[in-house]
Write a protein that binds this ligand. Sequence first.
Ligand code: PGA
Length: 244
Amino acid sequence: MRIPLVAANWKMNGNKAFAERFFSDFDLQAIAAHVVVCPPFPYIPLVSQVAEDRERFSVGAQNLSQESSGAYTGEISAEMLLDWNARYVIVGHSERRSLYGETSELVAKKFVAAQQAGLIPILCVGETLQEREQERTLEVIANQLKAVRDIIESDTWKHSVVAYEPVWAIGTGKTATPEEAQDVHQFIRGELGNVGEQVQILYGGSVKSANASALFAQADIDGALVGGASLDAKEFAAICRAAE
Ligand code: PGA
């Protein structure tokens, strides 16, 4: 049995007052799904404080360095995130890949750095609109997964989460239909080998309370990675409840 997981990716939004207000509006007690909130780095301590002693609530980061320490100005290591009680870290988000030139090989190194330190990586994969139109979706995703598989032991997938995020659905209001998403999730699970059944595979891309239930009803969709809608505590709570 895979436990439903809903992760919030606040991206570079909000401030201290926003983070405080969010948790006064977000009633964690009322939610049975496992929830991860990934704020910008400076607010990780604040979210960690909320996460303390709460079994089903964790804090995550949106990125990390593949290096463990040294002269890497502006970078943040897995150990530093652990110091502030982060449990998860997003790697390979499409914005990191497209805006900051992160290759699948670099993403794979970040995945390993996270796992070796004891963090759970949330590996994002997904195709662009052009790739979908060229019917290359599965090939693109297979290659993104392969870069990681090439440098890990196959059962290491067990200690990770995968998020399928079609690039054309991120922040656009367009969502893959539940059936389109299910097809890709099923494919991803197959690619994860023996431990595939144990890995939570999240869907991301314009998830909101209005479309969450239909997505979560699919056999291989175990939750969501939510951007825009995670900035509204009530809307995010409604998505979390749909995952239960
Ligand atoms: P969105 O973002 O929900 O705003 O589409 C999802 C993501 O980028 O993880």
